[in-house]
Design a protein around this ligand. Structure first.
Ligand code: ADP
Ligand code: MG
Length: 622
């Protein structure tokens, strides 16, 4: 292959520009990214070699070497990992495989902090080399290919790159950075060592550098022709808990998550018994931008006996814990396990159940001991946890305890247990209402009698709430009861006099209700009086067990067919507007107006807004 010139994919050009300009203040992260690529390449080799030991050629000891040439101003990272074929070099170092580029650029442009972790998160780490180099040369040969099928990739990081064939006897990759004139600080053993220990200590491969010694005659440090390991080179999770410091756990989290914030909590355990594994699991403090993508694979890496097997092993965590990051290292799984096999494995099921319990205990602990932190967790991840209520029946009760809601007493942070502890004497149910927004929930006419009697109502406004409620019927033996479904039955909370009054009103209003029913026969299934209203003239409710109006609207918005059952119109016999209904001439307009108001009050939309406007106009001009 003679020398060929290729253009970078358009996105790469934009990213190159952005990365090199906006991350300058954090430039040393280039080393972390290149070390991480070298380490990935060794992991890949080990993995492919499980089926084909010949790939090790005659160099089975994998390592990463970092060295520099002060005169030539080059810094080289060498690994003997999987390497790249010519096609791979063109594809991997010229295009961006991962989706989310646009999001990445928007964040990098928008972020005041210029979060350097973003580049790892979005899979563009290689290009960070151009922050400090005005040319990068990559010399590589893929494991298993003959020596003359090596390739040299080279670019100044603007517009295009060149590739040409070379002879490369050693398998693996050299990444050579031609440092810019003002980046000479990286031509220092001390400097490089300190960056490596800051970012790459946890890398489980040895990172080697040339030894440096003080030469007392020459009165200076001289570089010896002898390699020494400069990192700890032991995977963090394999070390005993007592030997790992909090700072090391935090650093490791940053490495694997590319999150610039410290994690909310972590747990590190060695599990022995029927299945043996080590888990190091973290709960992030902030939700990732794609939390709502349920197809997104989880954040847990799978290792088997310390050999890296795969990233994002979704089978290791339930979907509702997809935000958990970390490592699980199994002693039982076969090394050649595939994603498909993982789904069926009994060992994996045991790991998933064990890990789920660990995460829940971790959250319970935060909820118990660090209330503020837990409040923030709930804001960030509470809605995802609600998915678990319907997905993980074995842990449903524990999950329900971890949920926090808004209620008529507080805008957030109300646990079921708090609610139960505030229940009135004689109150039997946990009352709730679902709505699109907190404001809509708070304004619901259905809440009026509860407010008047000082009974707390949970205000549920997450999209998953309806779904959750279709799986959760009670808490602590108390049924969950919607205040917008069925007749209000406050049971023991209503005294005899109130009940009597309600019955009398129902009786007295019978003729009016019949007229209303006739006028609204195409809109309401039934018209009845209610005691749930105080200030509003009317509201809509659905029957017990029927789909709430809120859920029906959500389904409709999502383009799904929702059963169009008619609601029940409940009227407040004490309200002035209801009393006015007797006006025979305007009865029809007033009846429909009453219904329209009830629709609007619960955040619904009028099916025929024009008719509503005409009615209003007639009434106002009469
Ligand atoms: P990511 O590591 O997230 O995939 P990078 O921009 O860091 O993104 O690297 C891009 C790709 O280039 C890698 O996925 C890999 O295929 C290839 N690559 C980079 N460095 C090496 C290396 N040292 N050995 C083999 N392949 C490499
Ligand atoms: Mg990378």
């Amino acid at each position: 292959m003679s020398k060929q010139t290729h253009s970078f994919q358009a996105e790469v050009q934009q990213i190159l520009h952005l990365v090199t300009h906006s991350l300058y203040s954090n430039k040393e992260i280039f080393l972390r990214e290149l070390v991480s690529n070298a380490s990935d390449a060794c992991d890949k080799l080990r993995f492919e070699a499980l089926d084909n030991a010949a790939l090790y050629e005659d160099a089975p000891n994998l390592d990463i070497r970092v060295f520099f040439d002060a005169d030539a101003k080059t810094l080289t990272l060498r690994d003997n990992g999987i390497g790249m074929s010519a096609e791979e070099a063109v594809a991997h170092l010229g295009t961006i495989a991962k989706s989310g580029t646009r999001e990445f650029m928007a964040r990098l442009e928008g972020d005041q902090k210029k979060d350097a972790n973003l580049i790892g998160q979005f899979g563009v780490g290689f290009y960070s080399g151009f922050i400090v180099a005005d040319r990068m040369t990559v010399e590589t040969r893929r494991a298993g290919l003959p020596a003359d099928q090596g390739v040299r990739w080279s670019s100044t990081g603007t517009g295009d790159f060149e590739v040409e064939a070379i002879v490369k006897p050693e398998r693996g990759t050299d990444v050579i950075l031609h440092l810019r004139d003002d980046e000479a600080e990286f031509l220092s053993t001390w400097k490089l060592k300190s960056i490596i220990s800051k970012y790459s200590d946890h890398i489980s491969l040895p990172i080697l550098m040339k030894k440096e010694e003080w030469d007392s005659e020459a009165k200076q440090q001289v570089v010896k022709d002898e390699w020494e390991t400069v990192n700890k080179a032991a995977a963090l999770w394999t070390r005993s808990k007592s030997e790992v410091t909090d700072a090391e756990y935090q650093d490791f989290y940053k490495q694997i998550s590319y999150d610039s914030e410290a994690p909310l909590a972590y747990t590190h355990n060695r599990v022995e018994g029927r299945s043996e594994y080590t888990q190091l699991l973290y709960v992030p403090a902030k939700a990732p931008f794609d939390l709502w993508n349920r197809d997104k694979r989880g954040g847990v890496k799978l290792y088997v006996k310390r050999v890296f097997i795969m990233d994002d092993a979704e089978a290791l965590m339930p979907v509702y814990l997809r935000f958990v990051k970390g490592v699980i290292d199994s002693a039982d799984l076969p090394l050649n396990v595939s994603r498909e096999l993982l789904q069926e494995s009994r060992d994996v099921k045991a790991i998933r159940e064990g890990s789920t319990k660990r995460v829940l205990s971790m959250l319970e602990d935060v909820a118990e001991n660090q209330k503020d932190k837990y409040a923030e967790f709930s804001r960030q991840f509470g809605a995802v946890l609600k998915e678990g209520v319907g997905e993980d029946f074995a842990n449903q009760e524990r999950l329900a305890k971890l949920l926090r809601f808004a209620s008529t007493q507080a805008d957030e942070g109300v646990a079921f247990a708090d609610y139960v502890s505030r229940m009135k004497d004689g109150q039997e149910a946990i009352y709730y209402i679902t709505a699109e927004t907190l404001a809509a929930a708070k304004g619901s006419p259905q809440l009026e009698v509860f407010r008047k009697k000082g009974i707390e109502v949970l205000l549920l406004t997450d999209r998953v709430d309806e779904w959750m409620l279709s799986h959760l019927y009670e808490f602590d033996g108390k049924p969950l009861q919607s205040v917008a479904k069925g007749a209000v039955d406050l049971g023991k909370l209503q005294d005899e006099a109130e009940k009597q009054l309600a019955e009398e009103a129902a009786e007295a209003f019978k003729p009016l209700l019949e007229k209303l029913q006739a006028a609204l026969k195409d809109r309401a299934k039934e018209v009845r009086t209610t005691t749930r209203l105080v200030d509003s003239p009317a509201c809509l409710v659905v029957e017990d067990g029927a789909m709430s109006a809120h859920l029906a609207r959500m389904l409709k918005q999502a383009g799904q067919a929702a059963p169009s059952a008619q609601p029940i119109l409940e009227v407040n016999p004490a309200h002035a507007l209801v009393k006015k209904l007797d006006d025979a001439a305007r009865f029809d307009d007033l009846a429909h107006l009453l219904f329209d108001q009830a629709v609007l009050a619960e955040g619904g939309q009028l099916e025929d807004p024009a008719a509503h406007v005409q009615r209003m106009t007639r009434l106002l001009t009469a």
